[in-house]
Write a protein that binds this ligand. Structure first.
Ligand SMILES: Cc1ncc(COP(=O)(O)O)c(C=O)c1O
Length: 383
């Protein structure tokens, strides 16, 4: 089997992730922060160690500003709904995932003004100049993804961040497609809110994610309840990270996430990046040579994340995905990838595209096999 759907969730996980989760649940599965016994204390230590590892990965100045969530969607909902109030204006782009678009549409119904910028730069990203022109006095926030989950285009978040900071705005980044795959630095990129999945590039299990909350942001909580701290209070504590971590936390998932982040540090970001680049280059080169294939990618290859979309003339995306799965045992994702707006922008709405997203554990041989399979489908040899 060849798994090429790492933009949805990474699979398989490094062996240490499976082992750590198994060991944790068997030997340290107490409820962190809830009791004084050794099992609960061991679980708490693991949570705080993982928080520190994640904070180091994004260069957060304080580990307690990293909040564990269920996934990137959860982090985005907390950042957007915890900040924006009726009358606020927020600027975003037309390459966003529904996990940004849908919360914003809901907030729009409550009086938040949403401005969606279309990409005008040659390379397909939202031009920083257009962003700056769109700002006005009511603008409170800018939210952009780091890389599109449809065509893998990496946007210039450093430039957006500098503009947002200059105008005293809150800058939020959706790093679902880049965390663990690209260096991220919340301090030098002027990021106030960084939302990311734990189960994609960080190699954690499904049900893990995180939100970095910078010092300039005062967020409302969306859930209140037991935190294991300040138990004498009937009101939600204001201290981070507890304010946003009510209820029993996904400790076994976070144990796996910690093992995933340790794996990234062991392998090294430069090695991970270089491997992604070689898989992506091979895939792009091969796809562009297949007759009848239209490839959706970044204009400039240095802005290309390992997520590539394409279509084959004469085929619906779903048909190609089904043949790859059934005839070749290759797993890719087809359709709209929860990003209808991005597909409208790329001209691939409503049928969408076939998306191939290799991960660190894929090989060049697997990419070659996948390209051969697509070539056969295009030549109608595999139907
Ligand atoms: C760009 C982008 N943002 C947000 C999400 C949502 O991530 P999660 O599945 O962790 O909620 C995804 C998921 O694919 C994504 O690609």
């Amino acid at each position: 089997m060849i798994y090429l759907d790492n933009a949805a969730t990474s699979w398989p996980k490094p062996e240490s992730v499976y082992q750590t989760m198994d060991e944790f649940l068997r030997t340290r599965g107490g409820n962190p922060g809830r009791s004084g016994h050794s099992l609960a204390l061991a679980a708490s230590r693991m949570i705080e160690e993982t928080r520190l590892l994640v904070a180091r990965l994004i260069n957060a100045p304080d580990k307690d500003r990293v909040i564990f969530t269920m996934n990137c969607t959860d982090s985005l909902n907390l950042g957007l709904k915890g900040l924006l109030k009726p009358g606020d204006r927020v600027i975003t782009g037309c390459l966003e995932h529904n996990s940004v678009v849908r919360p914003l549409r809901k907030l729009e119904g409550q009086g938040v003004r949403v401005v969606m910028l279309s990409p005008t730069s040659e390379d397909g990203f939202i031009s920083p100049r257009d962003l700056e022109k769109a700002l006005d006095r009511e603008t409170r926030m800018v939210v952009m993804n780091h890389a599109s989950n449809v065509n893998g285009l990496i946007q210039p978040i450093e430039e957006y961040g500098a503009i947002a900071r200059r105008h005293n705005l809150i800058f939020m980044v959706d790093a679902a497609q880049t965390a663990g795959k690209y260096p991220l630095d919340v301090q030098t990129s002027n990021i106030d809110l960084l939302a990311f999945s734990g189960h994609k590039g960080l190699f954690g299990p499904p049900g893990t994610g995180a939100l970095y909350i910078g010092e300039r942001v005062d967020l409302d909580s969306l859930r209140e309840g037991g935190t294991g701290t300040f138990s004498e209070l009937e009101e939600q504590p204001t201290e981070l990270p507890y304010k946003f971590e009510s209820g029993t936390i996904n400790s076994v998932g976070i144990a796996g996430l910690g093992a995933g982040v340790k794996y990234i540090f062991r392998e090294g970001m430069q090695t991970i990046l270089a491997h992604a680049q070689s898989l992506t280059d091979r895939l792009l080169e091969g796809l562009c040579r297949i007759s009848g294939a239209t490839v959706y990618k970044a204009g400039d290859s240095s802005r290309q994340a390992p997520t590539i979309s394409f279509n084959l003339k004469g085929f619906q995306p779903g048909e190609v995905g089904a043949i790859l799965d059934q005839a070749f045992d290759i797993k890719v994702r087809t359709g709209l990838h929860c990003a209808p707006l991005a597909h409208r922008t790329l001209g691939t709405f409503p049928s969408g595209t076939i998306r191939i997203s290799p991960g660190y554990l894929n090989t060049l041989e697997e990419i070659d096999f996948c390209l051969q399979a697509i070539g056969k489908i295009a030549r109608a040899e595999a139907i």
